[in-house]
Design a binder for this molecule. Structure first.
Ligand code: ZN
Length: 265
């Protein structure tokens, strides 16, 4: 039996993957991929009432529970909230994670988003993938380099807008209507966030807000009959694979529609 291909879905915080990538991840699992999930930050700041150690513990458990919904391997966070920087230490730690998983598809945050933890996560993961095969680059802990091709897909920013409120238009849409209940179930594991997001960001119901954002992406796709969708933009293949392939669209062909990016000629 050939080893399963692996997909790595990574966000800054617990629930970032669930908000923007979980439907696509669930479809990839159905297509035979081994799923890996990670939130880079511990979410130690996600409560103004609970002690820091307690909210950190709760958020870790919620993230593990969400991963369990689709049988994903959950990789523990690396740093505290607001400590995701594009810096040497975190780059080496993320490099170790990438080398351990050796993914062929990576789902990662948008390079434009409302929050710096998100954009910095995207940049750190890009470089960790770029350095996967470099023999002289030492990860922390040290892991053997890997040389598989890897394709990077940036998800939509939170609620489809960047930090300047501009709508971000994906180039690739995945119809997640069939797995929307799985996505809801994964996000609902983050119970501690219901009140917190309501208080701090005015999200009355974070599961419904995810559904609304997914419905907006479905409308942007222009596809009749699509109720919910997730959108992605592909990173350049240079440094990651020899050819400009699109394995996500190949594997999920029946669920995907593509529109050329605006810079196509
Ligand atoms: Zn986040």
């Amino acid at each position: 039996m050939p080893e399963k291909p692996r997909v790595f879905a990574v966000g800054a915080h617990p629930d970032d993957v669930e908000f923007n990538m979980a439907g696509t991840l669930a479809l990839l699992v159905q297509a035979g991929f081994e799923p890996h999930m990670m939130n880079v930050a511990r979410s130690n700041l996600d409560s103004n009432e609970l002690p820091e150690a307690e909210i950190t513990r709760i958020r870790l458990r919620e993230a593990q529970n969400a991963a369990q919904v689709i049988g994903a391997v959950h990789h523990p966070p690396l740093v505290d909230d607001l400590m995701i920087f594009y810096e040497d230490g975190l780059l080496r730690q993320m490099s170790a994670v990438i080398r351990e998983i050796a993914p062929t598809i990576v789902l990662l945050p948008s390079l434009n988003d409302y929050m710096e933890d998100h954009t910095n996560t995207a940049r750190v993961v890009v470089t960790a993938c770029f350095s996967r095969a470099m023999r002289h680059y030492r990860s922390r802990p040290q892991r053997e380099p890997t040389d598989q091709d890897v394709y990077l897909y940036h998800t939509q920013p939170h609620l489809n807008r960047d930090g300047m409120r501009l709508l971000v238009v994906p180039e690739l849409y995945v119809n997640i209507t069939r797995v929307i209940e799985t996505k809801r179930q994964m996000l609902a594991q983050h119970e501690s966030q219901r009140q917190w997001l309501d208080d701090t960001q005015g999200l009355d119901d974070y599961v419904e807000s995810m559904a609304a954002a997914s419905a907006e992406v479905a409308r942007m796709s222009g596809q009749a009959g699509w109720e919910y969708a997730e959108g992605f933009r592909r990173h350049s293949h240079i440094g990651f694979a020899p050819h400009d392939h699109d394995p996500l669209s190949d594997v999920l062909a029946e669920f995907v529609t593509r529109q050329p990016p605006p810079h196509s000629v």
